[in-house]
Write a protein that binds this ligand. Sequence first.
Ligand SMILES: *Cc1c(COP(=O)(O)O)cnc(C)c1O
Length: 387
Amino acid sequence: MSERFIPLSVPSLRGNELKYVSQAIETEWVSSAGSYIQEFEENTMNYVGARGAVAVQNGSSGLHIALKLMDVSDGDEVIVPTLTFIAAVNPVKYCNAEPVFMDCDDSLGMDPSKLKKFFEEECENVNGALRNKVTLKPIKAIVVVHVFGNMADMESIMEIAEKYQVPVIEDATEAIGTYYTEGIFEGRYAGTIGNIGVYSFNGNKIMTTGGGGMIVSHDTNLLDRARYLTTQAKSDPLYYIHDEVGYNYRMTNLQAALGLAQLEQLENFIATKSKNYNIYKQELKEINGLELLNFRKGTRPNYWFYGIAIKESYGLHRHQLIESLGNKKIQARPIWDLIHQQKPYRDNQAYEIDQAKVYLNKIVNVPCSSNLSSEDVHYIVESLKKQ
Ligand SMILES: *Cc1c(COP(=O)(O)O)cnc(C)c1O
């Protein structure tokens, strides 16, 4: 069988990438000015149906700016998930604010019932603003992550956020292309439902610009401010007048050239990932003790990452499974360690975390690249059987 290494998630750059990047180089427009940036922003905005888009250096810088736009600063608190990549949480600290950790539900996204209970029981409303009863700090935002490209329960989360008047930042870094196909948000894409959304184009994401990100919103004031803050807060275009501390977070034309070509292929990537997901789903049914995680009903997910839940009946722990696949040159990895247990965050409040602890020990990610062949998927499933 296959002797080659099957990586977890690698980019596919077989479209117009080389052509557009070459054009950027030939015209010598490689930096943060150049026509590809605007074109990439417009095409992304149109694809997800946002009012505007601001291209940035990466998802992390986009999230940092999103928090600044929600006025998160010194002494504030932000609700975040504990089961996610740490880049969703670190920007809270960049703003000198503190995260409060929430549990997940079966979608691996934030558990709305616990969010609601936390607001109801642990917070109070003072002069129209919500604050934590214990720390007395204001709750300035909720960061919702669409884990593995699976839509978090936005219907419930938005209802709670609206009731308590707390803005929602969607960390849609893993979820470009995911949208609701029914319900109150029918047709709405991940990243365009909350106040502001952020995508990532890191190398392991569904589409890549090498490193890159995009801020989207329906609020043009927020977008104008995002553009301002990411461009060194240049208040006058000629005379170097700066009225605030800004950042050099703008995407380059070279990155945008890649992004433009990747976006052209995004629907094809999703089609391949969806096909492979269904093969995994079908074939894993025959393996006792392994189950492929579902994506939310009533959505069209982007199928970015496949999560396999290991039950006790499988007979192997996650590290044994990862090792055994590794011996067959198949790259698998565990889900992220919980953030509230990590060194920088151990003193932060973590609210009734238990589901996340269960998932931590049983989820493994298996290869899901957009150029993975069905033969590879069969081989991986065979390898999962023979332990
Ligand atoms: C990838 C990722 C980020 C950060 O994006 P970068 O472009 O790598 O900075 C943030 N949050 C989550 C959940 C991610 O998966």
